[in-house]
Structure formats: C-alpha cells, structure tokens
Design a protein around this ligand. Sequence first.
Ligand code: FAD
Length: 357
Amino acid sequence: MTDHSTPSYELAIVGGGPAGLTTALYTTRLGHPTVVFETEGGRHAAVSHVHNLLGVSEAVSGRELAAHAVAQLEHYGGDFFQDAVQSVTRRDGPQFRLEAAHATVDADRVVFATGFRDRGPDVPDLERFTGRGLHYCLHCDAYTLGDGPVFVLGHTESAAHVAMTMCNFTPDVDLLLDGREPAWGDETDTQLAAHPVDRIDTAVVSAYADDRIDEDEPPWLGGLSFADGTEQDYLGGFAMYGSAYNADLGCDLGDDGAIDVDENRETSVDGIYAVGDVTHGQNQTTIAIGDGASAGLAIHKDLRTFPKSLAELEDGDDGADLEQSVPATPSDLRARMRRVRNAETQPGLRGPPPDRE
Ligand SMILES: Cc1cc2nc3c(=O)[nH]c(=O)nc-3n(C[C@H](O)[C@H](O)[C@H](O)COP(=O)(O)OP(=O)(O)OC[C@H]3O[C@@H](n4cnc5c(N)ncnc54)[C@H](O)[C@@H]3O)c2cc1C
C-alpha cells in the first residue's frame, strides 16, 4: 500500500559534499525528483582554500563552494535537508526508506556520498591549525609547503612514503614518530635511510602559532614543541594516521574499508550507488565531482522512461498509454525548468574573468 504521508523521491543522496551535490545537480537537471541529506563534518568543510579546481580561486573555501552548490541545487528544484540519515531499508513500491533524525523519505535509488574522517594527530593544540599548517592531502597542499621546513607526523608505511615524497618539494623534511615505534617494513626502512629525511623519535607535546598577525584570518602554525623541551619552526606538514570510512551502510567493502562499486558507481546492493571519497583512495574534490557526475548519468539512464525499447513496446504499451505518460518529468520540475529558463540571474560562483591585457 502506498504511504501518502511519506515524501517520495526518485533519488535520495546521503552526504552533501562535492560528490553527492554533483550527483544531485545532474539528476535534478535531468528531471528526477532528488533530495540530499547532509550532516556537518565532511572533509569538504575542513578545506580552507580549495586547490586544483579549474577556474576556482584559492580564496574560496570548501564550505563556500558547498553553499554555492546547494543554492544551485535548490534553484533547479532539488531538495536539501540538513539532517543525518540513520537507516536505509529496502521496501516494496518505492524501493528504499530513509530514516533521518528529523525526516523520513522513500526513494527509488539511493546514493551514498558519505566520505570519510581523517584520524587526527594526538598533539594538543595542533588540530586548530587544520588547513593552516596541518594538512591531510599531499596533492592539494605540497605546493603550499614547497621549499619550507615541513613535518610528516606518523609511524606507518604511508607516513614514510609521504615524507619521502615531500623530498620532491623541499630539502627540509622531518618525519616525526611522536614517541612511537615505526610500523613500516624493512624495505621501507632501507629506502627511508637513503632519503634526506630527518627522523625524530621524541614525542610532540604542543603546537604554536606563527607571529604574523592578520585580524581577518585565523593564525597559521608556527611550529611544534617536543618532550625534550626543544622547539622547531615549521611552515606546515601532514598527519598520517589513516582514516575511518563512513561506510557502515550494508554494502560490500574492499580490503581498505571503502565501499566497492562497479563502473556505474553501483554497489553490491541493487539500486544503491556510492560516490566520492567513500569509494576509493584518490581523495580529491575534482575526482569526487567526476564520480558524482558519472553516477548521475548512470542513474538517469537506469530510471529514464524514454525511449521505450522494442521489447517494452512489444510487451503491450500501446500508443494511448504512451501518450499518457509523456512527458516523464513531473509537472513541478517542468514548471521549475520554465522558471529557471526565464530567471534573470542564476546562482553559483561567478565574477569577471581576469584582465587578459
Ligand atoms: C584539510 C583538507 C584539505 C583538502 N584540500 C583539498 C583541495 O585543496 N583540493 C582538493 O581537490 N581536495 C582537497 N581535499 C580533499 C577533498 O576535501 C575531498 O576529496 C572531498 O571533499 C570529497 O568529497 P565527498 O563528497 O566524497 O566527501 P565529503 O566532502 O567528506 O562529504 C561527505 C559528506 O557526507 C556527510 N555524511 C556522512 N554520513 C552522513 C549521514 N549518515 N547523513 C547525512 N550526511 C552524512 C558528511 O558529514 C560529509 O559532509 C582536502 C581534504 C582535507 C581534509
């Protein structure tokens, strides 16, 4: 029996970072009623300056980018709920029911775009410099730290690997074990010893700000203090303590804990897709956006009504029935399409291009 009190969507997306919002933008603009649920705390919200995003200034933060994307989504007719999804269950009719803290919806397809959480360092006072001297993304921030004194905090294979990789950018790299035993293998140990990386075993006890004062901006990291009473100035560095995927959602996972998906970004559960950081190790905004777009297109192909295949036509859809179901996009979204077409301004980042003279 249809439950008329529960809103029904063709698509429900869990997670409103770059991946989820891109899928939502595609499916909404392809005529599918779409809702996004987002609870604060994603990696995009930790980005103080977005790097490597074509045409977007580094002055833009991850939060600002998401705010523009939400305005775009709502402008085109998508729904955005600031709410944490607590369960997704399969049911008849609309395939899935999503229960969030403040809302319940049904949906034909579900996308998990839930990302992961970086495990932070165990150093008092360091976390406040996230994005301003404490970093998690080599491909985003190695350029920012190039040619300066840099640390890598960690004692694992990946910490050793990042420390050696930073030799591409600066001659001054310290690998800080923070009082722990190295957990890398013999090969890495030999490799590391041959690189100009200073290994420091002493525990790190606190972090201090640099002395540049800018009243409009929070402070940058100035350096770290060690248990033996010494201090070392750093331009910044990376914490390498692994991550925890927000992937406890009932789909098959890979060995690393990320959700397994096929080339259409569909998971092991029919009708459930996953995109962005929760699915793989290439954790970049542009890759999350590309993933979101791929899933949006695949879901549209899966849900679309037209063109009817020859098999469907032979199965009895006569001309009259067909005409009844044209057009397939619901009337409220079609009304929105007319409004957007006639709107004088459209939301999203914009500004004049730089002067080419
Ligand atoms: C400090 C830092 C700086 C970075 N800088 C850059 C950079 O300059 N350039 C770049 O390309 N990349 C950068 N990255 C990487 C980039 O932020 C990520 O690759 C990108 O945000 C991934 O997008 P996503 O949508 O997959 O996940 P996320 O951005 O993590 O979004 C997932 C969202 O899902 C939400 N969520 C989870 N569970 C639920 C639930 N049950 N219900 C509702 N919502 C839920 C989360 O709270 C989160 O908001 C940086 C990362 C960090 C940590």
